[in-house]
Design a protein around this ligand. Structure first.
Ligand code: CTP
Ligand code: ZN
Length: 152
C-alpha cells in the first residue's frame, strides 16, 4: 500500500495485529479486554483493502504487548493474523498466529449444567476442533460466538 493510502497511522511502540479477518476487529478488542478506558492508544481499521485477503481488519494497540493466552484465543477468530511488535517505529518482531490444540482457563462454557459452571475449582478447557472449540467436560461446541465467552 503506498504512503498516501495508509489509513491508520504508524505507531511508535506497541502491537499491530494485522490480517485479521474482516468483521473481527471488535472481537479482537474484546479478547484483549480493551474498551478504550485503559488510556493507551488504540487504532482500528475495518475492511481495509489487502492483497492477500481482499479485505481485512487491523488493530493497533500502543504501549502494550500480548500474552500467549490472548494470542491463542485470537488465533481462533483470526487464523491468518500477523502479530507485529513495534519498537521506535520499527517492526522488530513478526509472528503468524498458530492454532493451539486447546485453550485452558480462557473461555467459559455456555452450558449452565457443565461442571465448570458448578462451584467447583475446575478450570475450563476447550479443544480446538474443525468447526470451533469443544468443551472437554460436556462437549458443547462454541463456533462463531467464541468472543462472547472469553473469560481472561
Ligand atoms: N506498522 C505500524 N507502525 C509502525 C510500523 C508498522 O502501524 N511503526 C504496521 C504497518 O502499517 C503494517 C504492519 O504494522 O500494517 C506490519 O508492518 P510491515 O511489516 O512494515 O508491513 P508489511 O511488510 O506490509 O507486513 P506483511 O508482510 O506482514 O503484510
Ligand atoms: Zn462445558
Amino acid at each position: 500500500m503506498s504512503e498516501h493510502e495508509l489509513r491508520v497511522s504508524k505507531i511508535r511502540d506497541g502491537t499491530v495485529i494485522d490480517h485479521v479477518e474482516a468483521g473481527q476487529a471488535l472481537n479482537v478488542l474484546a479478547i484483549l479486554g480493551i474498551d478504550g478506558a485503559e488510556g493507551f492508544g488504540v487504532s482500528v481499521g475495518m475492511n481495509v483493502p489487502s492483497d492477500r485477503l481482499g479485505r481485512k481488519d487491523i488493530v493497533k494497540v500502543e504501549d502494550r504487548e500480548l500474552s500467549q493466552s490472548e494470542v491463542d484465543v485470537l488465533s481462533l477468530i483470526a487464523p491468518e493474523a500477523t502479530i507485529n511488535i513495534v519498537r521506535d517505529f520499527e517492526v522488530v518482531e513478526k509472528n503468524r498466529v498458530t492454532r493451539p490444540e486447546g485453550v485452558t482457563g480462557v473461555l467459559s462454557c455456555p452450558n449452565r449444567n457443565c461442571i465448570t459452571n458448578a462451584d467447583e475449582p475446575i478450570e475450563t478447557r476447550f479443544d480446538v476442533v474443525a468447526d470451533g472449540v469443544r468443551c472437554d467436560y460436556c462437549a458443547t461446541i462454541l463456533r462463531s460466538d467464541i468472543a462472547e465467552h472469553i473469560d481472561v
